[in-house]
Design a protein around this ligand. Structure first.
Ligand SMILES: Nc1ncnc2c1ncn2[C@@H]1O[C@H](COP(=O)(O)OP(=O)(O)OP(=O)(O)O)[C@@H](O)[C@H]1O
Ligand code: SF4
Ligand SMILES: [Mg+2]
Length: 342
């Protein structure tokens, strides 16, 4: 992948944990690239390595994790940074928002204090200036009555409001990349859409890039400019969202999008269940990791296919792409009549 214009370039990232004598290949040769100001969705089944891959960028893995490969952010190799540099980096270049806002906030501290502390960690603002900036951030994330809410505790806010506060805290360091790991999954559908609208607004207003980690194909199709589909710790298809949803090429992606009748789809575009199990990351099969579940597999698939740019900007990892017909109109199928919103 050329590094031209990219803010983040992840290449052949591998993360191995050792637990009970077993080596767990959580991330297994992940490559993708993110442009400044772009929203990239990372989609995949549970256990495919989405969170571990993102936590690696933040230096948030247990020390026992073995990490190799490369993750360059605006020219700086993240994987080589010292603990001290990573701490300074975290929040000021890349910030992360997790699924459960309740766990990201301290229940015993007023929200204003929590944002003010985050601001003071990333800047030399005095207490008064930090407080004013905190209220400004609460306004930026559209928390109603920010001056009053400033003095409230997390339990006094709804789940959606708490997630807005978590996002405000993530913005305290003025990051260039926000990683939202299932940040809307715990919310009801209406609140989820409101938080997604907020992320898009922040992306546009602040010129901030966003990595949206999700099980939800509808979210990827509706909001992201580019999509990475992960399977068994690696990227198996990677393309601009409109191109991907107009014609998926890798059998796993196709299974996600087109293998089951639309009426049987789970609500809100969550990933359908594909027959068979994803491979155990402690015992990956030889060759293509999707082989045990793939009805197009041949002897050739005993060797793992590389992720290649088969068409301009459209990458996939499969020996038999030509055999996979495009799935027509997936975006409108996932999103209803309006199709892709971008
Ligand atoms: N600290 C750890 N020690 C050992 N194994 C781990 C650790 N963290 C994650 N794993 C394993 O790594 C693999 C990838 O996990 P990860 O959390 O990245 O998946 P995910 O794609 O984010 O899944 P989900 O959609 O459920 O959040 C899983 O098999 C998981 O059990
Ligand atoms: S390489 Fe073979 S097993 Fe893997 S997805 Fe393609 S056809 Fe299926
Ligand atoms: Mg996860």
């Amino acid at each position: 992948m050329s590094s031209e214009e990219s803010l983040l370039e992840v290449r052949d990232l591998r993360v191995v944990f050792t637990r009970g004598g077993r080596r767990i290949n959580a991330v297994n040769g992940l490559s993708y690239r993110l442009r400044a100001g772009e929203m990239l969705a990372i989609i995949g089944e549970s256990g495919s390595g989405k969170t571990v891959g993102a936590r690696t960028l933040m230096g948030l893995l247990p020390p026992s994790a073995e990490v190799s490969g490369s993750a360059r952010f605006d020219g700086t190799e993240l994987l080589g940074l010292s603990e001290r540099d990573i701490r300074r980096w975290r929040g000021s270049e890349i910030a992360m928002v997790f699924q459960d806002p309740a766990r990201s906030l301290n229940p015993t501290m007023r929200i204003g204090v929590q944002i003010t502390e985050a601001l003071r960690e990333h800047s030399d603002l005095d207490r008064k200036a930090a407080r004013a900036r905190a209220v400004e951030l609460l306004r930026l994330v559209h928390l109603p009555a920010p001056e009053r809410r400033f003095h409230e505790y997390p339990h006094q806010l709804s789940g959606g409001m708490r997630q807005r506060v978590v996002i405000a805290i993530a913005l305290a360091g003025d990051p260039r990349l926000l990683v939202a790991d299932e940040a809307t999954t715990a919310l009801d559908v209406t609140t989820q859409a409101q938080i997604m609208e907020l992320l898009v607004e922040l992306q546009e207003r602040l010129g901030m890039a966003i990595i949206l980690i999700s099980h939800d194909l509808g979210l990827a199709a509706s909001y992201a400019q580019r999509v990475v589909v992960m399977y068994a710790g690696r990227a198996v298809e990677y393309a601009p969202a409109d191109r991907l949803f107009a014609g998926v090429r890798m059998p796993y992606t196709r299974a996600l999008l087109g293998a089951i009748p639309l009426l049987d789809r789970p609500p809100h575009g969550r990933l359908p269940v594909i027959s068979g199990q994803p491979p155990d990351p402690a015992a990956l099969p030889d060759g293509c990791p999707f082989r045990p579940r793939c009805d197009l597999a041949t002897d050739e698939c005993g060797e793992a296919p590389p992720l290649l740019e088969h068409e301009p900007e459209h990458w996939w990892a499969c020996w038999h792409d030509a055999a996979v017909p495009a799935v027509p109109d997936v975006a409108s199928a996932v999103n209803g009549e309006e199709g892709v919103r971008r």
